[in-house]
Design a protein around this ligand. Structure first.
Ligand SMILES: N[C@@H](CCC(=O)NCCCC(=O)O)C(=O)O
Length: 237
């Protein structure tokens, strides 16, 4: 993140608090160093990875998409870091929770594509939030999702429908090969996926369960399930 002529690796503290207070793990930030980062050496020391959200978009070149509109915020350093790291995390059976941009990155890693502006697609809702207002309004619950029977999320939740927040303009267009749909929005947009045949917890959601994770029952269950998977791995290490 550029600031005062400098560049910072930054993460919203809501992710750190959800990992610490709900998953019960120790949060560590991974700098977006791309090829400067030895992903294998790093992953030797980790019991789980959360791929967080970000206001930036995955560069369309990673999924053969049309060029972004002028002025679109990208983050090539992040793309260069997370896209290869997602592959390594899954290959090594390390528990993974991917959120919003992280969810979109997972789909790209599996050969899927993204809508760049879901709101411009015929029949699709506007999934964006007002980024100018109070943060509580930005992350307020926005729409229902329908959980797919038999999925990880359906197993976590009491009932097949739950309301989630929505802070995104991009979304899954073509689903990556090997991903399993876990939930849909009312307009049919895929809102969560898991990884078919994954050897460890591997869940990705378009909304933001880190927001209010301690008090929101569904978010709490997601982060607790992730934390349990991390502890199981730690016990085996
Ligand atoms: N830019 C992508 C991903 C959206 C995303 O991760 N939003 C989270 C932003 C949270 C914040 O930093 O306030 C898209 O628009 O789909």
């Amino acid at each position: 993140m550029p600031k005062n002529g400098n560049e910072y690796d930054s993460v919203s503290r809501y992710y750190s608090e959800a990992v610490a207070n709900v998953a019960g793990a120790i949060p560590l930030g991974i700098p977006a160093l791309g090829a400067q980062l030895d992903g294998d050496a790093l992953l030797d020391h980790l019991d789980g990875v959360v791929f967080t959200g970000s206001p930036s978009n995955v560069e369309p070149r990673h999924y053969a998409g049309e060029p972004s509109d002028e002025g679109t915020l990208h983050d090539p350093a992040r793309d260069a870091t997370t896209l290869p790291l997602i592959k390594k995390v899954l290959e090594r059976g390390i528990p993974m929770l991917a959120i919003c941009r992280g969810y979109q990155e997972l789909n790209v890693v599996f050969g899927g594509t993204l809508f760049q502006k879901v709101q411009d697609q015929p029949g699709k809702m506007d999934h964006r939030a007002d980024m100018t207002g109070a943060i509580e309004d930005r992350f307020a619950l926005a729409h229902d999702i329908e959980l797919v029977s038999g999925g990880i999320l359906a197993g976590l939740n009491n009932g097949s429908r739950v309301k989630v927040n929505s802070v995104h303009a991009q979304g899954i267009d073509r689903l990556g090969e090997g991903l399993v749909v876990e939930a849909h929005a009312p307009d049919g947009l895929v809102e969560a996926v898991s990884v078919s045949g994954a050897s460890a917890f591997a869940l990705a959601v378009q909304w933001h369960p880190e927001w209010n994770a301690s008090d929101n029952e569904f978010s709490n269950k997601i982060f607790k399930a992730f934390g349990n998977a991390c502890r199981e791995r730690a016990d085996r290490r």
